[in-house]
Design a protein around this ligand. Structure first.
Ligand code: SF4
Length: 401
């Protein structure tokens, strides 16, 4: 496997908490805003059952380091007491190196940050999206810029050092009325340790499906602005969208191809490699027939019946082949700063002299000459500026190898 940067955890746990206070028109995650207290209680009980099930499947990781991530949805809707039981179960079996909670500035409450910190969370992500009021309104967000700044201050005061703020860029002309650089600078000065910046994409299953809010040219321009300001602020680029002055352990698990246990309806996971399945097996909780992916994005997407909770469905894919592993890794590694290690490429491509093959390809040769691709003795990577076009390079790399 590819060496992980500066961390002990070799496996991550992802909990999907699908409840939201309202539905944002651009969002195609699995979530619902129609739920009762009983639904929530049932759902958390179901999560515990799923967690115990998957712990029993990976005995080889007992007492090892892990990362934990509660994503959504809006996990920050709930008090720390909802998460305590998961920490207890996980601590009995593992050492938690990093525990992240996704939160929403609209619903966060000051006193909760201290409780989250005290039960063991050491990283907060904040679904801010922008400090520009007009951008927030266009994105259908209910919070105001001052909520975001208050949230960062509350998290800092409660002990959090790792505070990652999500931003959306690439909206059509006239929507963002302050520069993205000014936004990032302000977030940094208020105490954020990093940002995750995503270009707005219009997804079919959303209320934005027929809108023209996304603009690729503006996205390309703003991405370069983001690179510049993050470099000035010492927010290092860990992946195309992720910039932080601190490490980002859970996300590294995905980017470097390590296994992760996904829990919660609609979550997916990758079981660790074994002798019979050296590239692991992917799975998903729940299945498509349950209307979890219907347009409108607001289905009740989990079981609320006790008898079904004990029989939650796990849909396993067939074992991952070497080729699938290889192609998936090309995709994620091209997004990382060091790119693809050449010794790994030689091993999994089954081709000798892979750097010669790469260097002789006309398109790659030209890109090296133009500084878009960085080829060294040990790795091949896209330059930071070229990473935004990373997906379009994947097919070129795969066809050569
Ligand atoms: S963007 Fe976040 S808060 Fe909005 S609907 Fe999606 S998951 Fe919920």
């Amino acid at each position: 496997m590819i060496e992980l940067p500066l961390q002990k955890s070799k496996i991550g746990f992802y909990f999907h908490i699908p409840f939201c206070p309202h539905i944002c028109p651009y969002c195609d995650f699995i979530k619902t805003s129609k739920f009762t207290k009983k639904d929530v209680t049932s759902f958390f009980e179901e999560l515990t059952i799923q967690l115990e099930y998957f712990i029993s499947k990976i005995p080889e990781y007992t007492k090892q380091h892990i990362t934990v991530y509660f994503g959504g949805g809006t996990p920050g809707l709930f008090e720390a007491s909802y998460y305590e039981n998961f920490f207890n179960i996980l601590r009995k079996n593992y050492i938690i190196e990093e525990a992240t909670l996704e939160t929403n500035p609209y619903t966060n409450i000051e006193r909760r940050f201290e409780d989250y910190y005290n039960i063991g969370f050491n990283r907060i992500t904040l679904g801010a999206q922008s400090l520009c009021l007009n951008t927030l309104k266009t994105l259908g967000r209910k919070h105001k810029p001052e909520h975001i700044l208050n949230n960062i201050a509350w998290a800092r005061k409660s002990g959090f050092e790792n505070i990652q703020v999500d931003l959306i860029y690439g909206l059509k002309k006239g929507v963002r009325t302050i520069s993205i650089q000014d936004e990032i600078k302000k977030l940094h000065d208020t105490g954020a340790s990093g940002i995750s910046a995503y270009a707005l994409t219009i997804e079919n299953r959303t209320l934005f499906a027929k809108s023209d809010y996304a603009n690729e040219d503006i996205a390309a321009h703003e991405y370069l602005e983001i690179l510049k300001i993050c470099s000035l602020l010492n927010f290092r680029q860990h992946e195309t969208s992720n910039f932080s002055s601190l490490e980002t352990f859970h996300n590294n698990i995905y980017w470097y191809g390590y296994p992760y246990i996904g829990i919660g309806t609609g979550a997916h996971g990758l079981l660790p490699p074994t002798q019979e399945n050296p590239f692991g097996i992917r799975y998903k909780i729940g299945n498509d027939s349950e209307k979890t992916y219907a347009p409108g994005n607001d289905q009740l997407i989990f079981s609320d019946k006790i008898n079904r909770m004990k029989n939650f469905s796990v849909v396993y894919e067939s074992p991952r082949s070497q080729r699938e592993y290889f192609e998936e890794m090309i995709f994620t590694l091209l997004r990382t700063p060091k790119g693809i290690p050449l010794n790994w490429l030689n091993k999994y491509s089954n081709k000798e002299n892979i750097n010669e093959i790469l260097k002789q390809n006309l398109k790659i040769k030209r890109a090296i000459h133009e500084g878009k691709i960085l080829l060294s003795e040990v790795s091949i990577a896209l330059s930071p500026e070229e990473k935004i076009r990373g997906d379009s390079w994947v097919a070129d790399f795969i066809s050569l190898i």
